[in-house]
Design a protein around this ligand. Structure first.
Ligand code: ADP
Length: 346
């Protein structure tokens, strides 16, 4: 027989007890004939009630004393035995416990997986950060040492080495700034300032910021057509400008001499699709799924040469996720790339 609760066990004991008591009264006590059924029934019922109540409490206490440590462990609680009796005493105890332990075990497994993942990420991230910082720091150290050891008086190298040290310092600053942005975005500490934002003027501002650097490669920054009316979206203007800056900067970094970066807006119902297209070096198909990962570079030497940190696209992805939007890329090696993302229209 499978008992589901202390009440069922108590019931069986009480029935057995009352039957034994009834039989004992019937056969062994000398009761006058007309009283025998009444007395037997009365004693059997009495024994039933007393045995039921006593065994119910005893069985419950026994089971609870065994499962209480489990409950206290899985819920990390300091519950009194009586509270557990109240809580599960009247339900299907065994299934309840099985269920609770199963739920607890699943939760713990998930938690352990998440912690393992975080630990792996932390190790990788620290390794990547120190690797990224090492190169510019050692470069600066090298240039300064050479200058201190007499290079300062050598007109052939003094200005050149100072310029190189300055370039490495700028690189360090970019890495630290990008790390700051990414850690703020990932920790969720950044409070987004959503407001009606004219996306056309944000892109125009980004064009202005990148005008000089685009000129160095004679790259034209343009809209696909004239957008004379504002296109209003709901966005955090500062963060969206940062994302667009990263995309425009990449289109120049990985663009060709005399090329062009074209921005287009397409109305798609509740959202506006923003497309940023270049005719630069493009991205190989096998690199495409990974370019949004932190520190991933498809073209490593060019990225480093151009001051890339490998964090730009990761920041862009985080910014868009914070807006509940996604970013897509399509690209062909040697032909160019197009990054597109949506924003909610205001
Ligand atoms: P980085 O600082 O190296 O530019 P990103 O995260 O911005 O880092 O980009 C990741 C990689 O994706 C880059 O190293 C580059 O290889 C590739 N990439 C990004 N944008 C473009 C683009 N417009 N054209 C070609 N390759 C690109």
């Amino acid at each position: 027989m499978k008992f589901k609760s202390p009440d069922q066990i108590a019931l069986v004991i009480a029935i057995a007890g009352s039957m034994i008591a009834g039989v004992a009264v019937f056969f062994f006590l000398n009761i006058e004939k007309y009283n025998v059924f009444l007395t037997t029934t009365f004693i059997a019922v009495l024994v039933f009630i007393v045995v039921f109540l006593v065994s119910r409490i005893t069985v419950k206490r026994f089971i609870i004393s065994k499962i209480n440590p489990i409950y206290k462990t899985i819920y990390n609680l300091n519950i009194k035995d009586e509270e557990i009796i109240d809580d599960i005493g009247n339900r299907d105890m065994v299934s309840t416990i099985q269920n609770d332990v199963l739920i607890w075990a699943r939760k713990k497994t998930k938690e352990i997986d998440r912690l393992r993942e975080l630990e792996k990420y932390r190790k990788e991230f620290l390794g990547n950060v120190s690797h990224e910082l090492k190169t510019p720091i050692f470069n600066i150290q090298g240039y300064i040492s050479t200058l201190l050891e007499g290079g300062l008086d050598d007109p052939e190298i003094n200005i050149e080495y100072l310029k190189r040290a300055d370039k490495s310092l700028n690189r360090l600053i970019s890495i630290v700034n990008d790390l700051e942005s990414i850690s703020k975005l990932e920790s969720g500490e950044l409070k987004l300032n959503f407001q009606k934002t004219n996306i056309v003027s944000i892109v125009a501002e980004s064009f202005e910021i990148h005008e000089a650097i685009a000129k160095e490669k004679n790259i034209t920054l343009k809209f696909s057509r004239k957008f004379d009316k504002p296109l209003m979206v709901i966005a955090d203007p500062k963060l969206i400008l940062e994302a667009i800056n990263n995309l425009i900067a990449n289109s120049i970094k990985y663009g060709r001499e005399n090329g062009a970066t074209t921005v287009n807006f397409i109305d798609i119902g509740e959202h506006l699709l923003v497309e940023i297209q270049d005719n630069g070096i493009g991205i190989a198909e096998h690199d495409l799924p990974r370019i949004f990962e932190r520190f991933y570079r498809a073209d490593k030497s060019r990225s480093r040469d151009m001051g890339g940190t490998g964090l730009g696209l990761s920041i862009v992805k985080h910014v868009l996720e914070a807006h509940n939007q996604t970013i897509n890329v399509s690209s062909k090696l040697d032909e160019g790339s197009m990054f597109s993302f949506t924003l909610k229209k205001a």
